[in-house]
Design a binder for this molecule. Structure first.
Ligand SMILES: Cc1cc2nc3c(=O)[nH]c(=O)nc-3n(C[C@H](O)[C@H](O)[C@H](O)COP(=O)(O)OP(=O)(O)OC[C@H]3O[C@@H](n4cnc5c(N)ncnc54)[C@H](O)[C@@H]3O)c2cc1C
Length: 436
């Protein structure tokens, strides 16, 4: 029998679940379909040998849109903020990272002149209006903002840390600088991992009668009929829907659409990518080393379990080592894995003896869009050329990326859909709307 729904949401990650939760009070019938066996998308956490591993390092901006929207939906975000300290490694020498006040004035990475320049640049980042940078690449902005090579490389490091982007010559300065501002406001590492966000969103959605169907792949979105979509699944079953919110990546969306509706902008989008080594150790050989980045190589290391409960055994340490990829580079998985393991060896000598579990994931898509100049015009609205079809996901927000982009675009798609329905059905629909 063909299922018929008011709203079908494709994808059970952050964007899909946030959209579902905003739509619940409309009394519409809502189906969320997810191709994976488990829900959560890239926000899922795997429990392996009693250790909770996020898919790579995950830090939630304290001042970002995701946190405030999730809290608005009643989601508890328990965890702590990592200290801003740590080390930077340049030519095998370790320096205190000048991201916190004490290290800023004491690190030997900077001479007196560079220190003053770095302080001034940090103030500039905090006070600048990112809207004014819409026409510049991040590299162009950095060249204007910094005089010394040291401060230039510190800006690139901070940019990578805040956004995972390692393509300053391509990426929009506006998104980079606004994300850096957010990151300087601090982040949270979450107890139990990001799955706790998904689980809460899922439970709330289910309690409000959203149907969730995992292991279900949408193959085609057929919009030929008026006021109704036909979704064809990979097992050739069909689902009918009045509205569709699609939270897959832009290329997957294009593949689901008939050729005349495929969008050339979506086709051009490249992702922000990287490789991650996720590790649980019985103990840290060097308990003082909690955070490090390389100055000249795009490498990251952080012990997340110091601040978040990520294990059923309180003594173990969960850490992530990460390599940021440039979109034009090709990467050999084996050599990236060796590089990450060697970086960890420098920081935690002999770590292999303490391994409870480790996992290497090469070339993973961190954000489905590398934000480039002019993208925002194409992404002002969630609605597409096809009436009734909306997009959401970390690539679909005009001004933010990562979880902030995924969560805010999920909310925006739901609100736009509600508004359209309100215009069509007037008071009747309005009566059913929640007072958010
Ligand atoms: C290594 C790594 C580190 C990260 N670190 C951070 C961080 O520190 N801070 C931060 O804010 N963000 C971080 N992120 C990004 C964050 O995890 C994502 O931006 C967010 O989870 C994306 O949510 P989404 O709903 O847009 O997409 P997804 O989570 O990808 O959800 C989309 C869902 O759609 C499903 N789907 C796809 N095609 C179909 C189909 N045809 N039919 C049915 N279902 C389909 C997919 O299976 C998936 O579950 C990180 C990501 C990674 C990978």
């Amino acid at each position: 029998m063909t299922q018929k729904w008011d709203i079908v949401i494709i994808g059970g990650g952050l964007a899909g679940y946030v959209a579902a939760n905003y739509l619940t009070k409309t009394n519409s019938s809502i189906l969320l379909v997810e191709k994976g066996k488990n829900v959560g998308g890239r926000a899922r956490t795997n429990k392996i040998h009693q250790q909770y591993l996020n898919l790579g390092p995950h830090a939630l901006n304290k001042k970002g849109k995701a946190r405030s929207i999730l809290e608005e939906l009643g989601i508890n975000l328990n965890g702590k903020s990592p200290k801003l300290g740590g080390i930077l490694i340049e030519n095998n020498i370790e320096y205190a990272a000048p991201f916190a006040p004490f290290e800023l004035f004491t690190t030997s990475l900077l001479n007196g002149k560079e220190r003053m320049e770095w302080v001034a640049v940090l103030f500039k980042v905090m006070s600048i209006d990112p809207e004014k940078l819409a026409e510049q690449t991040f590299q162009q902005w950095v060249k204007q903002a910094a005089h010394s090579k040291k401060v230039e490389s510190l800006l690139y490091i901070l940019g990578r840390l805040a956004t995972y982007c390692h393509a300053p010559e391509k990426v929009s300065a506006k998104v980079m600088v606004s994300s850096m501002k957010n990151a300087l406001g601090g982040v949270l590492y979450l107890d139990g991992g990001w799955q706790t966000i998904i689980d809460q969103l899922h439970n709330k959605a289910i309690l409000s009668s959203v149907q969730v169907q995992s292991h279900t792949v949408v193959k085609q979105i057929d919009s030929a009929r008026q006021d109704e979509f036909k979704l064809v699944l990979s097992n050739n079953e069909e689902i009918l829907a009045k509205y569709v919110i699609c939270t897959t990546g832009p290329h997957e969306l294009n593949e689901m659409l008939v050729e005349k509706y495929q969008d050339s902008f979506f086709a051009q989008i490249t992702a922000i990518r990287g490789s991650t080594l996720d590790v649980a150790l019985t103990e840290l050989p060097n308990p003082k080393r909690l955070f490090a980045m390389a100055v000249n190589d795009p490498l990251y290391y952080s012990v997340h379990s110091t601040y978040a409960r990520l294990s059923d055994d309180t003594k173990s340490a969960i850490l992530h080592v990460f390599k940021y990829h440039h979109p034009d580079d090709t990467h050999d998985g084996t050599s990236v894995k060796n590089e990450l393991e060697q970086f960890l060896e420098k920081l935690q000598p002999g770590w292999q003896q303490y391994v409870i579990t480790k996992r290497f994931i090469p070339n993973i898509s961190v954000n489905q869009r590398l934000p480039q100049i002019g993208d925002e015009q194409k992404l002002q609205r969630s609605k597409t050329e096809i009436p009734g079809l909306y997009i959401a996901g970390d690539w679909a927000s005009s001004d933010s990326i990562l979880a902030d982009g995924a969560v805010s675009s999920g909310k925006q798609a739901a609100e736009e859909l509600i508004l359209i329905e309100k215009r069509k059905n007037g008071a009747d629909y309005e009566r059913r709307l929640p007072a958010f």
